[in-house]
Design a protein. Structure first.
Length: 262
């Protein structure tokens, strides 16, 4: 279900009843007569729905992390907040940018509509900007011919699989973040889909090379060998961007995660 559309329709209905009540209906009722229940509920809930709609559409929107593709940065079950205006003010429902404010930067954790099914929201890290040449060779990231610096730290134990993964600190344009590498996973990208501008990518046994088209972004999960991302299904169009993730406000399985994401 498209929750934004449902919220908008609810806003329109309750707003129409609120306006009718204010302008006409209350004058037609006998003095001291009670409001019908549908008017009473609409008038009561309209201001609340309006505030929620405006906040969710233009300020922040909550999301829940459904998969482990961004481990260790984000865990399954994390409830996060997404800044809706960091990359420009967009009209709700149609997601059309009307006021440009900023653009995604390398290292940002971005929420976007999945290109293959825009009804689904995905979250990944921005790796490539429009015009970038992205290489992922032997599980190392190379951008415009420059190998991205990384240093190995202590291994990471997955609580779900009870498997150890190699953990690194990778730096993208000054943004340092943790990534996981599964040494037992192959270096090649399996099950690559056909996607728009796929001709701009070249795959072989141990690497891929992609030229990011204008108006598109290349994204990857921090859990590099357990993430379906731009390596598999292609580039994220600018029109699909939802916002920048920046804050964990709840995880029912681990309350200590509150506020640990930036």
């Amino acid at each position: 279900m498209n929750f934004a559309l449902f919220l908008f329709l609810l806003l329109v209905v309750t707003g129409a009843v609120w306006a009718l009540e204010l302008a006409w209906l209350r004058r037609k009722r006998p003095e001291n007569a009670r409001q019908p229940w549908w008017i009473e509920y609409s008038v009561s809930f309209f201001p609340v729905i309006l505030v929620v709609f405006l906040l969710r559409s233009f300020v922040v929107e909550p999301f829940k992390i459904p998969s482990g593709s961004m481990i260790p940065t984000l865990q399954v079950g994390d409830f996060i907040l997404v800044n809706k205006f960091a990359y420009g003010i967009r009209l709700p429902i149609i997601n059309e940018k009307v006021i440009p404010i900023g653009e995604p930067k390398r290292g940002d954790v971005m929420v976007f509509r999945y290109p293959d099914d825009p009804s689904l929201d995905y979250i990944k890290r921005v790796v490539g900007l429009p015009g970038d040449r992205i290489e992922y060779r032997d599980k190392r990231l190379i951008i415009n011919g420059h190998l991205m610096p990384e240093r190995q730290i202590s291994d990471y134990l997955s609580k779900d699989t009870m498997q150890y993964y190699s953990r690194y600190l990778e730096k993208l344009d000054g943004v340092e973040h943790q990534i996981l590498i599964d040494s037992s996973a192959p270096a090649f990208v399996p099950q690559v889909k056909t996607f728009p501008f796929s001709r701009d990518c070249n795959y072989n046994a141990d690497s891929l090379v992609c030229k990011v088209p204008v108006g598109h972004y290349f994204v990857m999960g921090d859990n590099r060998d357990n993430s379906s991302d731009s390596r598999v299904w292609g580039f994220v169009p600018e029109a699909n961007i939802v916002g920048k993730a920046f804050f964990i406000w709840l995880n029912l399985n681990d309350l200590s995660r509150f506020g640990t994401f930036r």
